[in-house]
Every structure is written in structure tokens, then in C-alpha cells.
Design a protein around this ligand. Sequence first.
Ligand code: ZN
Length: 142
Amino acid sequence: MFKIKSEVQFDMAHYLSGYDGKCSNIHGHRYRLIAKLKSETLHKEGQLRGMVDDFSNFKEALKQIEEEFDHKLIIENNEEGKVLSKKLSELQNNFEISFVNYRPTAEEMSRDIFNRLKSKGLSVCEVELFETPNNSCIYTED
Ligand SMILES: [Zn+2]
């Protein structure tokens, strides 16, 4: 089995809707995203001969995810989130806010990122998302 991995980091703000504690407040993290692709065999011919995948494809896919989240406020797409987004845009219309259809925990985000990589045709086998230097979530489909 061959596995290749690559990493990107991004800064993102979020809060946890319906949570009793510090994480209910808007706050930010420096996220560290490590993704792995796997293959039993290597490509046998052409441009990808001897590779699991081209690192430049892999890095480009991770860069797109980084750009999706970097320096954004990520809000859960629920009633509270819609009201908050509306109020923030009334204060300043250039806040960059992205909605997600889940509570933006490391667990949900790592699954979302896994599926985004998979939908780009990559042979992703694992996504690890560090929310702090000591805490991460690992998502696989095993
Ligand atoms: Zn947090």
C-alpha cells in the first residue's frame, strides 16, 4: 500500500450554535489540514508513471479548500446563523461569511473536506484536521 500526504493551513472563525460554553462565542483557530491519498499500485504509464497521484493535482485540490475557508467566518446554515449573517452584513458589507449545513466542529469539517477531495476524483483515504496544536479529528471511511 502506498500513501502520499500533503498539508495546508488556514485561519478561520466559527462558533458552535446551541453549545453551552466558550465555543458558543465567535472565535478563531489556525487549522492544520493533513490529507492522505492511497493506492495499492502505482500508475504504470504516462505522466503519472511511478506515482499514486501527481502531487501538483493533490496540492491544487488542497489549495482550493484552503481558499474556501481561509479568513472566513463559517456559520451553520440555520435560523440563528441567517440572522447573525444578516446583522453582520448590515454593519459591514465586506465580511466574508460562508454557510455550511452542519455545526462547524473539527469532526464535521474533516468529513466535509474528505468528501470534497473525493468528489474531485482523488483517492483520499484519510483527512486529519487540527483545530489546535494538540487536538485533531481524523476522518476515514473505514
Ligand atoms: Zn473553535
